[in-house]
Design a protein around this ligand. Structure first.
Ligand code: SF4
Ligand code: SF4
Ligand code: FES
Length: 587
């Protein structure tokens, strides 16, 4: 392994590592624009120039000693780009000295010649590498007095990405992403010199299902989201770790919240799941239902109610029927905690064998990269936790038939629109009661005797188990009346500290609860209490009683970015997460 000295610190670097990689491992950040750990090296921005040398040797092969008694260094005639230069044994690297700093100032001055002063109206402001480096690595002066170049602005590259030619610094990250990751080589440079710009090839549009990742990796504000543009400044939002519930891949994401509304979803690095990326559907489909069309309070027969009365009425209904007449439809959209509580509720409170969950497969959605046909985030968890009928109980396949024959008379639907389902909908009128535990209004909540408002994935603490049987933690990002105290410092500064009459504190706090907690409430009302007070309690119970989850807890799931079922004692090596930005960590 090559021994190198970087800013006076001797470190052992991995063989074949570039200077930028070795430096990051030593917690030294060399500024960079075009380099990205998930893309090929382009070496075109020159922001990562560093001073590189080797110990001088005298003719007899011995190291030369300078007048201060130190080993003399033969510095290179020119600086080297850290992103493309592999480390070599004995290499001495200076990332902070005068020569390096002078080069950084020069590159920043060069890049800012034509870059507009758009920061006040640019979505990237606050999370922009160019802006950040202008503070850290520029001398703040420009000798350029001529007119800046004008280029095309607001050019759609595809349905989701808008391009601003003036802001582009020609780093080619977007072109390489389109070629190498999205496998849709639709983008290219056209023109030369200071007229260079990005275009799609004639007749093509950049409509890859992964196109919006270029917005994250564009180091400036040249690529913005058509969906999110001008919705919020980055510093007004809080960012919370979560998992995309859009399919069984379980891409790691950050949820950006302001006004207690989910404003945007962006990928979070997990080298074992999604690396640096996520699909556009995950970003665009998984936030509107958190903000809109919500069930905000319990109701009975369409009339608003309170939790206590609604839970007591659920208990009355359940007590009036035989266990075999009650069906519980759980959901692979729920967390492991929801599912564990559902199974326990069916076995211990209702004592029914009629329990199952619905499949949500969409083969057209699947591809060979991240997207999976199973559009639920927790199918593997539902299987591992036993969300299936026992002893020939009713299941999702024969439910319609059993309803029609009036064998099933009560259905508890947890986060599933069974009335809107093509098979069950026609038979809904044959059911005496539907109890809907639902976050959004749908055909089932219209029809149900009792509706209990469930929190969405963005409002709860819990875990999902992905297609690779990896159990991953989610945290609440949006405040409800139930989780308000728990959220505490996780809320955005604006949401938390605004005065009551500030516009940004007017976001709605719904009276919803996590599904597991609603089931605990019904079981209490039935007199068979499940003694869980937090999601972590439920998870600890799972880890205690279910062999697949043995050895897991929230702390270890967070530490290792998830653990695989049956393999909690063999966590994968923690990957290096490159973070180059303060407000919104992005590489
Ligand atoms: S649009 Fe952004 S990512 Fe693409 S070349 Fe320009 S600066 Fe780089
Ligand atoms: S691949 Fe699946 S989990 Fe990942 S972002 Fe897309 S929908 Fe979400
Ligand atoms: S980061 Fe090295 S040249 Fe751009």
């Amino acid at each position: 392994m090559p021994q190198i000295i970087i800013d006076g610190q001797r470190i052992e670097a991995a063989a074949g590592a570039t200077i930028i990689e070795a430096a990051l491992l030593a917690e030294k950040t060399i500024p960079y624009f075009c380099w990205h750990p998930g893309l090929s090296v382009a070496g075109n921005c020159r922001m990562c120039l560093v001073n590189v040398g080797f110990p001088k040797k005298s003719p007899d092969g011995q190291p030369e000693i300078d007048s201060d008694g130190n080993v003399a260094i033969q510095w290179g005639p020119k600086l080297s780009i850290a992103c493309a230069t592999p480390v070599a044994d004995g290499m001495v690297i200076d990332t902070e000295g005068q020569r390096t700093e002078h080069a950084q100032h020069a590159i920043m001055e060069f890049l800012l010649i034509n870059h507009p002063l758009d920061c006040p109206i640019c979505d990237e402001a606050g999370q922009c590498k160019l802006q950040e480096y202008a503070f850290k690595h520029s001398n703040g002066k420009s000798r350029f007095i001529e007119q800046k170049n004008h280029k095309d602005k607001r050019v759609p590259l595809g349905p989701n990405v808008l391009f601003d030619g003036e802001r582009c610094i020609s780093c080619s990250r977007c072109i390489r992403f389109a070629d190498e990751i999205a496998k849709q080589p639709a983008l290219t440079f056209v023109q030369r010199g200071d007229h260079v710009t990005i275009q799609t090839f004639p007749g093509m549009e950049f409509d890859s299902p992964y196109s919006m990742n270029v917005i994250d990796i564009c180091p400036v504000g040249a690529l913005t989201s058509i969906d999110f543009r001008f919705h919020s400044r980055v510093w007004e939002m809080s960012f919370t770790n979560s998992i995309c519930p859009g399919c069984a891949r379980g891409c790691n994401v950050k949820l950006g919240v302001r006004d207690n509304e989910l404003q945007r979803i962006e990928p979070r690095t997990n080298m074992h799941v999604n690396e640096y990326w996520m699909c556009d559907a995950g970003r665009l489909e998984q936030y509107p239902y958190v903000n809109e069309n919500r069930v905000i309070e319990p109701s009975m027969k369409g009339n608003p109610s309170d939790w206590q009365s609604a839970l007591a009425s659920c208990a009355d209904i359940l007590k009036a029927y035989k266990p075999s007449e009650i069906m519980i439809i759980g959901s692979a959209r729920g967390t492991n905690e929801d599912i564990h509580a559902t199974v326990k509720f069916a076995r211990e409170t209702v004592k029914t064998h009629n329990i199952d969950f619905l499949d949500h497969r969409d083969p057209i959605f699947a591809d060979e990269f991240l997207r999976i046909a199973d559009r639920t985030p927790n199918h593997a968890g539902a299987i591992a936790l036993g969300l299936r009928p026992q002893d020939h109980g009713a299941n999702a396949d024969n439910l319609a038939q059993r309803i029609a024959k009036h064998q099933v008379k009560v259905v508890i639907a947890i986060q599933e629109d069974i009335v809107g389902h093509p098979e069950f909908g026609a038979n809904a009128s044959s059911v005496d009661h539907i109890i809907a535990i639902s976050s959004n209004h749908n055909a089932t909540t219209q029809y149900a005797s009792i509706v209990l408002p469930a929190s969405t994935y963005a409002e709860v603490e819990g875990t999902f188990t992905n297609i690779d049987r990896r159990v991953q933690l989610i945290e609440p990002a949006v405040t409800t009346k139930e989780n308000e105290r728990h959220m505490g410092m996780k809320m955005s500064r604006w949401d938390k500290l605004g005065a009551f009459n500030d516009r940004w504190t007017q976001g709605e706090k719904r009276n919803s609860r996590p599904a597991w907690k609603i089931l605990v409430g019904i079981s209490e009302a039935c007199g068979t209490a499940m003694k869980f007070t937090s999601a972590e309690d439920v998870f600890n119970d799972i880890a205690l009683h279910n062999q697949h989850f043995k050895g897991m807890n929230y702390a270890s799931l967070e530490e290792y970015q998830g653990l695989r079922l049956d393999k909690a004692s063999e966590p994968e090596a923690k990957a290096v997460i490159y973070v180059s930005h303060v407000l919104k960590p992005q590489v």
